[in-house]
Design a protein. Structure first.
Ligand code: FES
Length: 121
């Protein structure tokens, strides 16, 4: 049995190989691990992996995908209609092009850690 593969182009960073039935976030993590996404400014943001934390927001600019349920606190219906979604909740149905989007309403982890280390908050 052959698993269908779809290229996932990440704007300005490179290409990942997506597999039918595999979450796009997993494909991106694998590509990052193999050094295929060379120009990412930071490591891929990964949190809950279930559509609840919103750190893996991406905007799909081309291609088809199906998606699981996701928190409306992080992606509104209007945003979703405009291609904004969560990489941990989508599965490719064709070649995709996307770009990483900043998370909304998520604490800056570095800032949070600094406060915790110094005994603040
Ligand atoms: S990792 Fe939490 S919403 Fe994707």
């Amino acid at each position: 049995m052959t698993v269908e593969r779809f290229p996932i182009q990440v704007e300005g960073s490179g290409e990942a190989s997506g597999h039918a039935g595999e979450r796009v976030l997993v494909s991106l993590e694998r590509a990052q691990g193999f050094g295929q996404l060379k120009n990412l400014p930071v490591r891929l943001p990964v949190g809950c992996r279930r559509g609840g934390c919103g750190v893996c927001r991406v905007r799909v600019t081309a291609g088809d995908y199906r998606s699981d349920k996701m928190s409306r606190a992080h992606v509104s219906e209007e945003e979703e209609a405009a291609g904004l979604t969560l990489a941990c909740c989508i599965y490719p149905l064709s070649a995709l092009s996307l770009r990483l989007e900043p998370a909304v309403g998520v604490k800056d982890k570095k800032q949070h850690c600094k406060k915790s280390e110094s005994g603040g908050e």
